[in-house]
Design a protein around this ligand. Structure first.
Ligand code: CP
Length: 336
């Protein structure tokens, strides 16, 4: 059955941990210069309605390392619901590539692409979801897991605005039985209907969800303190209000870090507004793992691509390839 990677909620805990294990195997192989070319001859179409550094580069390099090829289709470059229906675009691209990664302004666009696609669609970020980022983040947390703790013991405190990364991280952590806290001024806390999904997760996973406007209480048990931008493109008019609401109480700085356990690590999905949501001192300090996190995007994209694409690829025998090559060469030779 064709499966897309649009929401982590669509996958079981075992499946998500399976993708992480696969990414770790590929990372180890890659570190030894021995990344297997599991997607040889395969193509990835990368559709972007917004700019990207990490997502674009990690997917393209992952595909190259796996022996495949990626096409970067930059914002505005193809008809995406303009001059051609989304359904037709999806059907056409599906006929030419083996997998599609899409970063779209609206979540509904990725869902619309998936409706008519005949190859897997991978969500590369929408207005409220960033599943490839947060699966990578859990992998990074596992790599930096404090001694004696397991995944289900981990406390993740997200300090800042209820961004797409915040909601996605809340869902994956509570789905995997982890303990998630959103620390934010009341007006910028993750919305109730999204909290409800996380609370539902907790009922079966054993995870917990806490939402608070008290930074000290919110980070006191944190193994990981995560932050993200306080505003994004399109929110320029809100900058004065947002800055006043978050600064200085919700900035990840050394005063806040001192209220967390000494082993707590600092994470940020990047790009960062340095000295806004987090200080240079913290982002470049000894507790920061932001660049391990960024590098893991590459290894996670390899894991996701292999998980979704490798089982679908035809693996012809050398004899079959030789048979077709011979027929084509015979044909060409008759034409002088
Ligand atoms: N974290 C992240 O998705 O970065 P890009 O916007 O650069 O892809």
């Amino acid at each position: 059955m064709l499966k897309h990677f649009i929401l982590t909620q669509d996958f079981s805990k075992e499946e998500l941990l399976g993708i992480i294990e696969l990414a770790k195997l590929l990372k180890t192989a890659d570190k030894e210069g021995a990344c297997p070319r599991l997607l040889q001859g395969a193509s990835l179409g990368m559709l972007f309605e917004e700019p990207s550094t990490r997502t674009r580069i990690s997917f393209e390099v992952a595909m190259t390392k796996l022996g495949g090829h990626a096409l970067y289709l930059k914002p505005g470059e193809i008809h995406l619901g303009v001059r051609e229906s989304l359904a037709d675009t999806s059907r056409v691209i599906s006929r030419m590539v083996d997998v599609i990664e899409a970063r779209t302004l609206k979540h509904e666009t990725v869902v619309g692409l998936a409706k008519d696609a005949t190859v897997p669609i991978i969500n590369g970020l929408t207005d409220y979801n960033h599943p490839t980022q947060v699966l990578c983040d859990v992998m990074t947390m596992m790599e930096h897991c404090p001694k004696g703790k397991k995944l289900e013991d981990l406390h993740v405190s997200f300090v800042g605005d209820a961004t797409n990364v915040c909601s996605s991280l809340m869902w994956i952590c509570t789905h995997l039985g982890m303990h998630f806290t959103h620390v934010s001024p009341t007006a910028y806390q993750v919305k109730e209907e999204w909290q409800a999904i996380a609370r539902e997760n907790c009922k079966t996973s054993g995870g917990t969800l806490t939402v608070t406007d008290d930074p000290a209480a919110g980070v006191k048990d944190a193994d990981f303190i995560y932050t993200d931008l306080w505003w994004w493109v399109g929110q320029e008019d809100e900058i004065p209000d947002r800055r006043a609401a978050f600064m200085p109480k919700f900035q990840v700085n050394k005063e806040l870090l001192a209220k967390a356990p000494p082993h707590a690590k600092v994470m940020h999905c990047l790009p960062a507004s340095r000295n806004v949501e987090a200080t240079d001192e913290v982002l470049d300090g000894p507790q920061s793992i932001i660049f391990d996190q960024a590098e893991n995007r590459l290894h996670m994209e390899k894991g996701i691509l292999v998980w979704f694409v490798y089982p679908r690829l035809k693996k012809p025998s050398a004899e079959l390839v030789a048979h077709h090559k011979g027929k084509i060469e015979d044909f060409l030779s008759t034409r002088g």
